[in-house]
Design a protein around this ligand. Structure first.
Ligand code: ADP
Ligand code: ZN
Ligand code: ZN
Length: 694
């Protein structure tokens, strides 16, 4: 008597079947069991996917062995993986195996046995003091009552400093005390950027359930740490898992609450392999496992904002429940937003004189300054500083992007391309320039401008820069942040990295230089990202109640479009107004969340080859697409057209129904596989469902 065992192993990304392989076993292995199976000459880690069946096929190779000492993965976990693979158009094997720690795959049977023998550290009672738990504010109490009684999912819309983290802590506490096996998953965009959050969870829960009640899951762990943390979550020893997007796949048999902090953050979207949105999967997983889901943000994604719309006379409410916490805890006032009209500044001004004066004043008072230069993800726009001309596309309501490599202006919507004009087409001014300037240049320039300023201790001014370049070395970011916290730095210049969750107590002035690029980006999500970045940055100021009196904190914006509605809304700290205006625009243009998108990207040795493949795919799917009401746009070069000598092209798909788009993609992907075989020059291709950048 033997059993047929279906096993999911790591299969190539687009393996059309994506199905499980068949093996035999003399014992029936339950679905979810981790096993090693032979494949060719190798032995692979796999997951038993379906219940065992009686087997008569004697030709099947036997399963090598089941991994000792690990409980099977739950049906919900397998369902989550299966859904993610299906939705994001990847193979189940790829998603399943990528969600497991590498060491499960790598350790030999002997190593694994040794690893298991290592006695699990007994939970040492924590020597920490019982935490001081503040009295909940009325807003927090109201929100917590809703979370306790309503099914959710919830969108917790609360200002920076409104006490969202305290809500997460209390909601987690409630769940963890109610059931001895309950587990809580807390997701953050980037752990390094928010060390305070982990500290607060530890301080609250370690005194009650021991230090090992919380584990982290993120890409900064060593393989051994990742395995340990994964096992702790899988066995239920860790009651709380705090992690980045990968944590959405953590095996947590007792999962009852999922928190997605800063839910608007683009880093929840995986940008390679299976391009999943951890936020969206969290909502799916919550539904699947009957776990409550809290999405929190001061500037929610427009998708979540739309999904949490209240009912109107004619329309039912969205499927999320919006919870609002408008006030800042304590008396930390939001900073006063001041706009500098750069049209009135001398030509080529980088820092207006008013801003420089304000900075001088702050420094002599011993306060700190953040200077934010927002360049991430925004291709620059060409612009005439004389007459205000901008590189508009004549065929679209969009701006053409300046491509430096071949000096062209190019529209990412329709592909219309022209050489960069020698002079402004509108006034003849020869100095048309891309908006934007690098942080490094800025740091240097600022040093020169403020060389006469002294700190309160009489020493020379200290300027530091934090961006992807300055923090490449491991530990460098932490070191630099510590210096800022210690007050050793007066001015911190940086990219969006400095705008995220840090708690800079002594910062009283935040300046954003040149935020204009995003206003005219060809990416329809650019304004949304800019608004949230600036709101987050503004939230860095005035966190220390002792320093902030009504007018103590300021956010300065230098812009050529100071009257732009985005900046108006920012000045009022009015996210709902901004969201309303943006959603109206999106609705008129039929953009997400009012439609659903997917991108197909192809990479090849030549642009022509990449586009040929996409065009062939478009033709092949044309009839189905039409039937499913899916629009397929023509293939265009990607914004960054060439990377490492590979040409990249993309093609946008749009549909008003998520389901119809899904159905179409599932069918079409099989055709793409066949086509790929005929287009030998294509290096790789991928589908990005719900892409964040177009
Ligand atoms: P958010 O996560 O919304 O930015 P936090 O939860 O970090 O807000 O709260 C901001 C500050 O207010 C923190 O220093 C926190 O300790 C404090 N705080 C939060 N809730 C309360 C409360 N109910 N009573 C007193 N202080 C609170
Ligand atoms: Zn001009
Ligand atoms: Zn165009």
């Amino acid at each position: 008597m033997s059993y047929l065992i279906s096993v999911m192993v790591h299969t190539p990304a687009h393996s059309g079947i994506g199905g499980a392989l068949s093996y035999s076993s003399v014992t029936p292995m339950p679905a979810g069991t981790l096993v090693r199976v032979p494949l060719g000459a190798r032995e692979l880690l796999g997951v038993v996917w379906d219940p065992a069946e009686n087997d008569t096929d004697i030709s099947l190779r036997p399963v090598s062995h089941a991994l000792e000492g690990v409980e099977p993965l739950t049906p919900s976990w397998r369902q989550l993986v299966q859904f993610a693979a299906h939705y994001y158009q990847r193979s189940v094997g790829e998603v399943a195996l990528a969600a497991l720690p590498n060491q499960l795959r790598e350790l030999s049977a002997e190593q694994w046995t040794r690893r298991l023998k290592r006695t699990v550290k007994a939970d040492t009672p924590s020597e920490r003091d019982t935490p001081q738990i503040p009295q909940a504010t009325p807003e927090q109490s109201e929100v917590l009552a809703q979370i306790a009684t309503q099914p959710g999912p919830f969108l917790l819309f609360g200002n920076t400093g409104s006490g969202k983290t305290e809500v997460y802590l209390r909601a987690a506490h409630e769940v963890l005390t109610r059931h001895a096996n309950a587990q809580v998953l807390v997701m953050v965009p980037e752990i390094n950027l928010t060390p305070q959050l982990e500290a607060r969870f530890r301080a609250r829960f370690a005194p009650v359930w021991g230090e090992s009640c919380l584990v982290t899951l993120h890409s900064g762990l060593t393989p051994a740490q990742r395995l340990n943390h994964w096992l702790a979550a899988h066995k239920g020893q860790a009651r709380i898992v705090l992690g980045t997007r990968m944590a959405v796949f953590a095996s947590m048999p007792g999962l009852q609450l999922i928190v997605v902090d800063e839910e608007h953050d683009p880093s929840y979207k995986q940008q390679e392999g299976a391009r999943y949105s951890a936020r969206d999967l969290a909502v799916y997983r919550g539904q699947l496992e009957k776990a409550k889901v809290i999405l929190g943000s001061a500037t929610p994604s427009l998708e979540s904002w739309h999904h949490s719309r209240p009912a109107t006379d004619t329309e039912p409410a969205g499927r999320y429940l919006r919870l609002h916490m408008p006030s800042r805890v304590g008396h930390g006032a939001l900073p006063l937003v001041r706009r500098v009209d750069m049209n009135r500044q001398p030509y080529k001004t980088v820092f207006s004189s008013h801003l420089l004066d304000a900075m001088r004043e702050r420094i002599t008072r011993g306060e700190q300054i953040l200077v934010l230069l927002n360049r991430r993800g925004y291709a620059p726009v060409l612009h005439c500083t004389d007459c205000g001309w901008k590189s508009e596309c004549p065929h679209c309501s969009a701006y053409r992007v300046f491509h430096k490599l071949d000096r062209t202006l190019r529209c990412h919507h329709c592909g219309f391309t022209q050489a960069v004009p020698r002079a402004c087409p509108s006034c003849g001014n020869q100095d048309i320039s891309p908006l934007g300037r690098g942080t490094e240049q800025l740091e240097e320039h600022l040093g020169e401008l403020l060389c006469d300023v002294r700190r309160t201790d009489g020493q020379a001014l200290r300027i530091a820069r934090i961006d992807a370049d300055s923090t490449r070395l491991k530990g460098e970011l932490e070191r630099q942040l510590a210096e800022v916290h210690a007050g050793a730095v007066d001015i911190l210049v940086g990219t969006q990295m400095i705008a995220k969750g840090h708690d800079f107590r002594r910062v009283t002035l935040v300046a954003a230089l040149n935020p204009d690029g995003a206003l005219f980006s060809s990416d329809f999500r650019a304004p949304e990202r800019l608004f949230s970045l600036l709101m987050q940055a503004a939230g860095r100021a005035g966190r220390d109640a002792h320093m902030s009196t009504a007018h103590a904190c300021e956010m300065w914006l230098q812009s050529f479009y100071p009257q732009h509605p985005l900046f108006e809304a920012l000045k009022q700290h009015d996210y709902p107004a901004f969201a309303l205006q943006q959603l109206q625009e999106r609705q008129e243009a039929n953009l997400p969340p009012f439609s659903f998108q997917a991108l197909v990207r192809a990479e090849a040795r030549s642009q022509q080859a990449a586009q040929d493949f996409l065009s062939a795919a478009r033709d092949a799917g044309a009839a189905w697409a039409e039937a499913a009401l899916v629009d397929i746009y023509p293939a265009v070069p990607m914004a960054i057209q060439r990377v490492a000598n590979i040409e990249r092209a993309q093609m946008l798909l749009e549909c008003s129904s998520r389901k119809a788009l899904q159905g179409f993609l599932n069918q079409w992907q099989v055709q793409l596989l066949t086509l790929r075989g005929q287009h030998k020059h294509v290096v790789r291709w991928a589908i990005d469902v719900d892409p964040l950048a177009i």
